[in-house]
Design a binder for this molecule. Structure first.
Ligand code: B16
Ligand code: MG
Length: 213
């Protein structure tokens, strides 16, 4: 059995991709850019500033804003997003997550969170799962975001677990790419057309419970 389970947050443990999408949609509309759910798939797993660049490129406005203006747009999006997740509680955890965490811990394995989101610590606290988690990667402490392997490698280094003994769990294409680049087993949660690089594909994170013996 694997010794370290590195979970992505958004789209794996809870459904925040809708909130990220709505907050970006509103922010982008204010500068005349319309985004749809297809574009949102590309924003999953990538950092706030990388998401903004993708949106600006989509609207042919990649070079239309100064760094300061871009920071201000990203801050506006984050405020909208935080308003939407501030009332998150245990009820927002996907079904089976707590049971899965308890099972992993009962086998003596470790749990880390490898999210690109700077809001992950707030969500972890709001949803009451900090007691199960051995380490949360701070995306500001690694050089490159997903699809680079840095976030996943950081968790394995800090917790002292070889990459062969790690599994990463992701809902985004960039995340699966990052796990594979780290040399770890990749579990994809979602659709095959988006997550074709995953070693194991599941519809829902709760399906992992029966895979651990
Ligand atoms: P924030 P994950 C990612 O989280 C989201 O999927 C992505 O859409 C978002 O842009 C990124 O976090 C950064 O989030 O603006 O809160 O720092 O899927 O890696 O858990
Ligand atoms: Mg995700």
């Amino acid at each position: 059995m694997k010794q370290l389970f590195i979970f992505d947050m958004d789209g794996v443990l809870t459904e925040t991709s809708e909130q990220h999408y709505l907050a970006w949609k509103e922010t982008a509309l204010k500068i005349g850019i319309e985004i749809n759910r297809e574009l949102n798939e590309k924003l999953k797993g990538i950092s706030r500033m990388a998401s903004l660049s993708t949106i600006l490129e989509h609207g042919n406005k990649l070079n239309a804003y100064s760094e300061q203006e871009k920071e201000s747009l990203a801050t506006k999006k984050n405020r909208l997003y935080q308003e939407m997740i501030t009332h998150f509680t245990k009820d927002n955890l996907f079904e089976g997550v707590e049971e899965l965490f308890i099972k992993i811990k009962s086998k003596g394995a470790k749990i880390a969170i490898g999210s690109a989101s700077k809001n992950a610590p707030m969500l972890i606290q709001n949803m009451g799962i900090e007691k199960y988690i051995d380490y949360v990667v701070d995306p500001d402490e690694v050089k490159n975001g997903k699809p680079a392997p840095d976030i996943f490698l950081k968790a394995s280094e800090v917790l002292g677990v070889k990459v062969d003994d790690c599994v990463g769990i992701e809902d985004a294409e960039a995340g699966i790419e990052a796990i594979k680049a780290a040399g770890m087993l990749a579990v994809g949660i979602g659709k095959r057309d988006i997550l074709s690089g995953a070693d194991i594909l599941l519809n829902h994170v709760k399906e992992m419970i029966d895979m651990i013996d």
